[in-house]
Structure formats: structure tokens, C-alpha cells
Design a protein. Structure first.
Length: 422
């Protein structure tokens, strides 16, 4: 048990122990005193019975001191002349005090003695002594205390078990809340909290479900707005392309045509992003090596057509990263499109994938083109800047980084580090 369950169990155990000590402690003392009182009352009754017999018999004989063999009480009869009938006992100060006419109970060595005088006897004052040993005073007390202790342990265990059961119910509901929140954070907007637990936890779950539904609704609205905007841009972009194509051939027409192509690709990318649905059970992890191999195979036909040598360095084992296969594919496509668009034919391309020591993976794309004049912090307008923005977005979403520098092939090198799956 950990956390709330452990705290509840500890609190219940401590509270139960305190209550049991407050109740069973005095109860144990009360039962001990009751056992002593019962033994003394039995001895007193026997002493008074013997005293009654002595009072009606003119001659005191030893058989008057006979007691029940199953009784722990020992009866002694002290005669005025010093003789003692019954259980052997020494005449002490308590006996002398009783001979003066007072019946009482006194504590003596090894137990308690009950003294009853018989006044007016023919032989003088006779004292009846009933002695109760300590073992008789404590008879049954130890067994009673053991039973009370076992009862206390059982009640304490029951209290801890009930507290643990309550804690399990509470933590189960909280765990469900946490699991749903984690799924929402990972992108699974279909996650919902099942109604369970206390009313307060149910309320939190309902509010979390409302929040998830609202987020999904806002995302749908945002994507719909982006799609509407992108579709609205396609018409003027098409008109612009037609106007550029109507210009006479020359350097100005080529430059404007390239800009229109870049704008068209940017609009297409916005539309593709807007069309991405909210998927049930979004995967927040993928095999970087497998996705890279798939995209390399896809682009290999164009590379062969343009005479580009493509070198790939992929590990044999999977490289799991914190990104969806769709995002990885979009990133690879955007970066490779940059390479094929902005480097001359026959320019070499090198693609590498390697696992990181801290988890996750590294994707490196290099080319033998002219390189990038713009730093990644200030991406240029056009397809190059768009591809870098897509790559940066994927890297940041995966808890990684993107680095752009010069490749040993003398062209650009884009390195993307992606974090491990959560």
C-alpha cells in the first residue's frame, strides 16, 4: 500500500488502537478486580458458614474446618487456648484484632485473609480465618486478558482492512482520473473518465470529460476554419498562377512562378493539416527506423529518375520515439521535398537514423547541394521554410530539438532529436 491507502490504514490503525486501549485497559482492570472480589466473597461466605457452625456447637472439633476440596480457600479455627484446627496458620496481629470482636479482611503474605470472630462461645472468643491465595485471586484473569488482547487485535485488523478497502476505492477513482488525464495529454481526445467513486470524484470526472469534449470541439472548429481559409486561398492562388503564366518568358516570370509554387505548396500543407482527423486512441509513439525506411522507399523512384545517389544508415533494431507515424512521415516528406526541390540533380542525399543514449532517436538528412543561407530560427518564406517549420513542430512536440548546419557533403544537414515514448 502506498499514498492515500497507506495513510488511511495508518490513521485507522492508530485510531483503533487508541480507542481499544481506552476501552479494553479499564475493562481488563475491572475484570481483574471482579475476580478478586468474587474470590474474597466466596471466602467470606465460607468463613461465615463455619462461624455459624461453631456458634451452635459447644465443642469445637477439627471437622468443622473441613472445606470443599475443589475450593482454593483454606479455613483455620483459632481457639482461645492457642490451638488451631483446620489449615495450619500462625496466630498473628490480625487474628488478635479479630478476637476483640471485629470481622474484616486483611492483606497478608501470599494472599488475603478473611477473619470472622465467634463471640459468646463456651470456650471464649473463637476466630475463623479463611485464607485466599494470590493464585485464586488471579484465577481466570490471564485468560480473560488474552481474550481481550485477541479481540483488540481482531478489531484493529478489521479497522485497517476497512480503511484499506475505502482507500482502494478512493485511489481507484483517482487513478482512473489520472489515467484519463494522461491519455488526454498524449493526444487521445476520446478518453473519458468512467463514473465511479465518491460524489466529489464523480464531479471532477464529469468536469474532466466536459473539458475533453470542449477541447475536441475547439480543435474541430479550428481545423474547419483552417480548411475553409486554405480552400479560400486556392482560388486567388490559381488566378495568380494563370496571370504569371501569361507573362512573357524571362527571369521575372521564372521567379514569380517559383514563388507561386511555394505558396501553393504552403496552402496544400495547411489543407493536409486541417484534414487530419481527431483519431481514436492516438499513437504517441512510432518506430523512427520503420517510418524512415518507408519514406526512403517512397522517394527512391524520384531519386533514381533524377540520378541522385541516396545513402541510408539505419539500425537493425527499432528506434521508438515520442511522435506519431503521421507526423514523422510528414516531417521526412517535407525535408526530402526541400532536398529534391533546392538541390541540383545528381546531388547526393544521406539519411541516417540512430538511437540516443537517453532514449528516443536521431534523424539526420544531409545533401550535397548549395546549403541553407537562412538559420532555422528565421525560416525563409517558401518550401524550405515550410519544411523546417514542420520539422521543428514535430521535434518540439516530441520533446526534442532541431539543428541545421553544414554537412560533410558540403550541403545542408538537418538533425532532429526526438524524445522517448511516454
Amino acid at each position: 500500500m502506498t499514498g492515500v491507502r497507506a495513510q488511511l490504514a495508518t490513521l485507522a490503525g492508530a485510531t483503533t488502537v487508541a480507542v481499544l486501549l481506552a476501552f479494553l485497559g479499564p475493562l481488563g482492570l475491572l475484570l481483574r478486580n471482579a475476580a478478586q472480589d468474587r474470590a474474597i466473597a466466596e471466602a467470606t461466605q465460607q468463613a461465615q458458614s463455619v462461624a455459624s457452625l461453631v456458634a451452635v456447637n459447644p465443642a469445637v472439633t477439627p471437622d468443622l474446618a473441613a472445606t470443599n476440596p475443589n475450593s482454593h480457600t483454606k479455613i483455620s479455627i483459632f481457639l482461645p487456648d492457642g490451638q488451631v484446627w483446620g489449615a495450619p496458620a500462625a496466630r498473628n496481629a490480625a487474628v488478635d484484632l479479630a478476637a476483640m470482636g471485629g470481622a474484616f479482611t486483611a492483606r497478608t503474605q501470599g494472599g488475603v485473609e478473611v477473619l470472622v470472630p465467634v463471640l459468646g462461645h463456651a470456650e471464649g472468643t473463637v476466630v475463623i480465618r479463611a485464607f485466599v491465595p494470590d493464585s485464586a485471586l488471579r484465577e481466570g484473569v490471564a485468560r480473560t486478558w488474552i481474550l481481550l488482547a485477541l479481540l483488540g487485535l481482531a478489531l484493529c485488523g478489521l479497522g485497517v482492512a476497512l480503511a484499506d478497502r475505502l482507500g482502494r476505492r478512493l485511489t481507484g477513482s483517482v487513478t482512473a482520473l489520472a489515467a484519463t488525464a494522461e491519455r488526454l495529454a498524449s493526444g487521445d481526445l476520446s478518453a473519458r473518465v468512467p463514473p465511479s467513486g465518491a460524489a466529489e470524484l464523480r464531479l471532477v470526472g464529469d468536469e474532466l470529460n466536459r473539458l475533453a469534449a470542449r477541447i475536441a470541439q475547439l480543435l474541430e472548429e479550428a481545423r474547419a476554419d483552417a480548411a475553409d481559409l486554405a480552400h479560400g486561398l486556392r482560388t486567388p492562388v490559381t488566378v495568380l498562377r494563370l496571370n504569371v503564366e501569361s507573362l512573357p518568358d524571362g527571369e521575372e516570370r521564372a521567379r514569380l512562378a517559383a514563388d507561386v509554387d511555394a505558396l501553393s505548396r504552403a496552402v496544400d500543407e495547411v489543407i493536409r493539416g486541417a484534414r487530419r482527423p481527431i483519431r481514436d486512441g492516438v499513437r504517441t509513439h512510432a518506430d523512427l527506423k520503420a517510418v524512415a525506411q518507408e519514406r526512403i522507399d517512397f522517394w527512391s523512384a524520384l531519386a533514381e529518375e533524377t540520378g541522385r545517389p541516396v545513402t541510408q544508415h539505419l539500425p537493425t533494431q527499432p528506434v521508438p520515439v515520442r511522435a506519431s507515424p503521421e507526423d514523422l512521415s510528414a516531417t521526412l516528406d517535407a525535408l526530402l521535398e526541400n532536398v529534391f526541390t533546392h538541390t541540383p540533380d545528381q546531388a547526393q542525399v544521406r539519411i541516417s537514423v540512430a538511437p540516443l543514449a537517453t532514449g528516443g532517436g536521431r534523424l539526420t538528412i544531409e545533401d550535397a547541394g548549395p546549403g541553407l543561407a537562412t538559420q532555422p530560427s528565421e525560416p525563409a518564406m517558401g518550401s524550405t521554410g515550410l519544411g523546417l517549420r514542420i520539422a521543428r513542430r514535430t521535434a518540439e512536440a516530441a520533446g526534442g530539438t532541431i539543428t541545421i548546419d553544414t554537412s560533410p557533403l558540403l550541403g545542408a544537414r538537418v538533425t532532429i532529436d526526438l524524445g522517448p515514448p511516454t
